[in-house]
Design a protein around this ligand. Structure first.
Ligand code: ACM
Ligand code: ZN
Length: 325
């Protein structure tokens, strides 16, 4: 995959999300969690309470081993280390975050001089991020992390991916960090494309029509002297509910064409009517490539290149539920 992408001028950046979103690793190595488990691999998406224990040295050995293997495979300058959704897991609302009650994490906080209180765990996360960052920097790599890594006191040199809206990117750039903008209101392509969800292939929620993607302006709210810190935009297409390439392409196209213009077109040259008209030609190219795409922007809600074209045929097509979920 890395070679295939490289031949096309694309660098694949891997992400090992840490210290949260680690339940699968904890199921395999329960000693790496604060409670010792047992843990079970999740079969649904969500935010888990159980994360890697920041007070356990074995965790860092584990991470360095995994990241070393990762660096062998991926030559990218950047390695994404996640950092999102470590606290407040939604499946067990009444259980405290393990880092708030774990003796090993408490001992680590004490050794680091982190003051007790609600922000303590954010500073402990900073410690984990910075330790992994130092390790990766030592191998000539840089880190990217989700905007939660800004909470507390982020070490210099990290790049922040702003996903919970634009605020993380604005704050990062103003503090001298590089940022990549992928705000969920504009860049989450697992969202539906219209409000008529019953007619559309399955999405995770939201409402992100093509025109809204196109309207995104990544420099908005960024001071002119901080604009250089905005490295670009990114679409996130999480695939919890996407089992087939056709469904994935439906979610991706033509919204990716809109985000491409957001990336490379100066704000004063953007023009949705011009862009929308140009899609007729884009669709011919996509047809020739055999790619699937959404025709919501042509008023054909839920229709795609590969589906039946009459309402009756569309009904039958959707009733087959061959999107694979
Ligand atoms: C994210 O969508 N949790 C980064
Ligand atoms: Zn712990």
């Amino acid at each position: 995959m890395v070679a295939y992408a490289a031949e096309r001028g694309i660098t694949v950046i891997p992400e090992i999300d840490l210290p949260g979103h680690m339940v699968a690793a904890l199921a395999a190595y329960p000693e790496l969690g604060c409670t010792g488990g047992p843990y079970e691999v999740w079969t649904r998406w969500g935010v888990a309470k159980d994360i890697l224990c920041a007070g356990n040295e074995q965790v860092f050995t584990f991470l360095e081993t995994v990241l070393t293997e990762l660096m062998d495979i991926f030559p990218s300058e950047y390695i994404h280390v996640g950092g999102d959704e470590c606290f407040g897991g939604d499946a067990e609302p009444n259980r405290p975050d393990p880092w708030d009650v774990c003796p090993k994490c408490a001992a680590r906080m004490k050794a680091l001089g982190i003051r007790k209180g609600p922000a303590a765990k954010h500073y402990l996360q900073n410690y984990v991020t910075a330790r992994v960052q130092t390790f990766l920097n030592g191998h000539g790599r840089k880190i990217i992390g989700w905007d939660e890594i800004l909470q507390g006191d982020l070490a210099k040199g990290a790049t922040v991916m702003s996903w919970r809206g634009v605020q993380g990117g604005i704050e990062a750039a103003s503090k001298g960090f590089d940022a990549i903008m992928t705000p969920n209101g504009f860049c989450y392509f697992d969202f539906y494309q219209t409000q008529e969800r019953d007619k559309e292939p399955f999405g995770i929620g939201g409402d992100l029509p093509l025109e809204k993607v196109y309207s995104y302006e990544p420099f908005e709210g960024i001071a002119p002297e901080a604009e250089d810190h905005i490295l670009g935009v990114q679409a996130n297409l999480w695939t919890e509910y996407i089992a087939t390439p056709e469904h994935l392409e439906y979610m991706l196209l033509p919204r990716m064409c809109a985000l491409s213009e957001v990336q490379w077109c100066a704000a004063d040259k953007k023009d949705y009517a011009r862009f929308n008209a140009s899609l007729d030609h884009t669709f011919e190219i996509l047809d020739a490539m055999g790619m699937n795409y959404s025709l919501d922007c042509r008023g054909l809600i839920g229709l795609d290149r590969q589906s039946a074209r009459t309402p009756e045929e569309m009904e039958e097509y959707l009733s087959k539920k061959d999107w694979g979920w």
